[in-house]
Ligand binder design. Structure first.
Ligand SMILES: Cc1ncc(COP(=O)(O)O)c(C=O)c1O
Length: 367
């Protein structure tokens, strides 16, 4: 048999949240609530969806490869140059492009121990050495990460806020990291949950301010969370044009489909929708955290649309029991956290279903 590249031998596929359809199929359930992938429970902007439907007429044609209108829309939105923007098939594609563009085998990548797992996976696929730095209070310790960076470091990944821990780093911490890391390394701020955290005092305003000041900074955002467009797969990176130029050179020729480009351009204009989504999330996150606390979970502070909690049962056991009740959450074994779970914030009705299911499951556990 032909063998894959050496770097791929230890690579495990990313485990996405279990889908509603698969749980329906496997367990014969009609009604399933998914709180496993940090999607937006109120859906997407009606204006964005109207633009999506309108694009139907142009689907016989290839989209423009660089997503120029969306790229310009993003640039206008942030007050930056279009050349600083690269649009990807989800921000996941931007992570991949960064690793493919900048990592030779044996180059170093610095991440924190429980950081979003795609950083480590993608860097390993390139044969890079991944240096994992311990967290402090479930938060990236950026001072320790800076110390771990060496002249061989090419990428330093910081999800801010982080998935799955839900914690964030302040502007001061990020600025100190940027000052301390060698200029030969790119610092990548993954701000997938930006809209949920931006109102927190001390949370950094990375665009346009930080990006203008630092040539070695990449900021990533996504349309998958607060914009409610996870199914369209669109995210973007902002960086010095020399960096985006390399990413542009190696991306797939038509990486973002046409209806997705059009819908996301419109989504950017509907700030009222994003405000509505964030307000609903903030209110329900308090409810979910309180109820989990009452049921014996140790719940952390969260700057996102999910909570991270220590579970009274091993996470995978809880996950399996809840599946049988028609509720999908996320166990965190792959993060090395077998006693923790991640629960996305749902609508009031979904959260009620979660608690009814949790009460059933925990009532059956011998005291
Ligand atoms: C921190 C973080 N970054 C990136 C992503 C990928 O998002 P997408 O590829 O949908 O833009 C996610 C998805 O959950 C995430 O949590």
């Amino acid at each position: 048999m032909i063998s894959p590249r050496r770097a791929l031998r230890d690579v495990f596929p990313y485990q996405p949240g279990k889908s509603i359809a698969s749980v329906q199929r496997e367990l014969g359930l009609k009604s399933v609530v998914k709180l496993a992938s940090n999607e937006n429970p109120i859906g997407a902007s009606p204006r964005a969806m109207a633009a999506y439907r309108k694009a139907e007429k142009a689907c016989a044609l290839y989209p423009e490869g660089t997503s120029p209108e969306l790229r310009e829309g993003i640039a206008r939105f942030h007050g930056i140059e279009p050349e600083s923007v690269i649009v990807g098939n989800g921000s996941d594609e931007i992570i991949r492009l960064l690793c493919e563009a900048f990592l030779d085998p044996e180059d170093e990548v610095v991440v924190s121990q429980h950081a979003f797992i795609r950083f480590k996976q993608q860097a390993s696929m390139m044969g890079a050495r991944v240096i994992e730095v311990p967290m402090t209070d479930w938060t990236h310790d950026l001072a320790l990460m800076a110390k771990a960076a060496s002249p061989r470091t090419k990428l330093v990944f910081v999800a801010n806020p982080n998935n799955p821990t839900g914690t964030y780093n302040t502007l001061d911490e990020v600025s100190e990291l940027l000052a301390a890391v060698p200029k030969t390394a790119l610092v990548v701020l993954d701000e997938a949950y930006y809209q949920y955290a931006e109102g927190i005092p001390g949370y950094p305003k990375s665009l346009p301010e930080l990006a203008r000041e630092h040539e070695n900074l990449v900021v990533m955002r996504t349309f998958s969370k607060a914009y409610g467009l996870a199914g369209l797969r669109v995210g973007y990176g902002v960086a010095d044009p020399e960096i985006t130029g390399w990413l542009d050179r190696i991306r797939m020729p038509f990486n973002v489909n046409l209806p997705a480009q059009r819908a996301c351009l419109e989504a950017l204009k509907d700030d009222a929708f994003v405000r509505r989504a964030v307000t609903a999330n903030d209110a329900q996150r308090v409810v979910v955290a309180r109820m989990l606390g009452e049921l014996g979970f140790g719940v952390g502070e969260s700057a996102t649309n999910f909570v991270f909690a220590r579970s009274p049962l091993p996470g995978r056991e809880l996950f399996k029991s809840l599946l049988r009740q028609g509720v999908i959450i996320r166990p965190l074994d792959e993060y090395g956290l077998p006693h923790h779970v991640r629960v996305s914030i749902g609508t009031p009705a979904q959260n009620k279903a979660l608690f009814a299911a949790l009460r059933n499951v925990l009532a059956k556990v011998p005291a």
